[in-house]
Design a protein around this ligand. Sequence first.
Ligand code: SAH
Length: 346
Amino acid sequence: MEKQQLKNLTLEEMQEWIEDMGEKKFRALQIFRRIYEGVSSFDEMTELPRQLRSRLGECAQIDSLQQIKRQISAKDGTRKYLFRVEGGAAIESVFMKYRYGNTACLSSQAGCRMRCSFCASGAAGLQRNLNAGEIVDQMISMSRDTGERIGHIVVMGTGEPFDNYDELIRAVRILHDRNGPGISLRNITVSTCGLPEKILRFAREMPQVNLAVSLHAADDETRRELMPVASAYSMKELLDVCRQYTELTRRRITFEYALIEGKNDAEQEARKLAAKLKGMLCHVNLIPLNRVEEIGFSGSARRKAEKFAEILQERGIPATIRRELGSDISAACGQLRLQERRDSPI
Ligand code: SAH
């Protein structure tokens, strides 16, 4: 019989599960709390009767990830992890130190179906969806390994979170539980390539969670070249939905824009983008493209990025250039996982 992955249960689900085992409901809260204190064996849960501990050992497991690689940046303390999930696929997670606190970047899928042309994660397609427990466990494993508290989450690792919507929502619920990791919803950011129906659903179901939308172009033609998903939804359709999102949630939306040399970084593109985003409750996050060996594109020069930001700002669109962390450990965008696949194809 397969063991129950305990991090894959919300507290309510754990209560049901423990009652089904013929145990008292309050045991679930004891177990749930201990798991998110970072305990990794049932023996440490000394408040539980010995008999229950051994039963749990037989039918349940606390950890769902196996760490297979770790890189630590000597420059800024960024740590990049490669974890193995059940079935053999590898996923990446990143621990970053920002001034406002420690942040975990989590993957939502092993691989990705979206196949954006500049992204390493989708290069080999989707292997499988992660369950909520595997999403949550990335944060717990990193917190345990670093010995540090993590207060912020970005779902910007491998995968398209809205292509695994239900498990993503369950993961957010677990991460937010005050008996568990207790992360404030306002400190969680989910990044999507732009799936309109899911953006609206998210606005209704998770209005306090931050949303980032990967735009990467100022017109449909360029966007379609970079992101196959743009053939399914026009920019107009996407931006209309984003406007609805801000009206429903009253929250500022972040647009991500990877600056690619000679592709989408001309001054005229910045002006076009500014016109399209005019009046919107938004912020543009400019990311000079991280070079991925397999991919021909390269990132724009710093001066060009600054000019791009300036043009947006002059037109009233808040824009910043993302600070690069972990550049010495290929911490960006699926690179470690890609290396692993090169070394030992899974
Ligand atoms: N599927 C989600 C999360 C992807 S990763 C999404 O599309 O938003 C988070 C961000 O990194 C996205 O904006 C993605 O487009 C961007 N990204 C992917 N590869 C990149 C690269 N090589 N350089 C810079 N940004 C990249």
